[in-house]
Write a new protein. Structure first.
Length: 153
């Protein structure tokens, strides 16, 4: 359980720290975009009221609280699943996933939307979407859980 708590807190700190640094410290809220490594990486301000790729945006405020509740329920389920398994890899993966989920939950509670700022493009293809480190943690944790979960079968 120690690995779970450490990975969860590390992911949550990375997510919230990066959002604070970029949005408030670098002034992204007023600058709207910052070229970091053109044309591959740009910080671009986006407030996501929905889920991935802005799905479910523009819904009534009740939808925000439903998304918060769903994220918490899934986080509890993932925690219990990983705890039952007990392997360190599963605990770390679950901690990273839940830390990311809780980072986005915290944004929804405090700001009413998730602060997204990372925009990556490649090979002359412009990517219109923005994301944050919590999203990276959620996806990386989920992929690791699938890999670790299959190795126990």
């Amino acid at each position: 359980m120690r690995a779970y708590v450490i990975s969860l807190l590390a992911m949550l700190a990375l997510d919230q720290g990066s959002k604070w640094a970029v949005v408030h410290g670098m002034g992204l809220k007023t600058r709207h975009y910052i070229d970091v490594v053109p044309p591959w990486l740009q910080f671009r301000m986006g407030w996501n009221e929905g889920i991935n790729f802005g799905l479910l945006s523009g819904q009534p405020d009740a939808a925000r609280w439903i998304l918060i509740a769903v994220a918490i329920v899934i986080s509890i389920w993932v925690t219990l699943w990983a705890r039952r398994d007990g392997r360190v890899g599963m605990m770390i993966a679950a901690g990273v996933l839940v830390g990311g989920a809780l980072g986005n939950v915290l944004d929804r509670v405090v700001y009413g939307a998730v602060a997204d700022f990372l925009n990556m493009s490649c090979c002359g293809i412009a990517n219109p979407y923005v994301f944050n480190l919590a999203d990276v943690g959620i996806f990386a944790g989920a992929i690791a859980l699938v890999i670790w979960g299959k190795s126990s079968a």
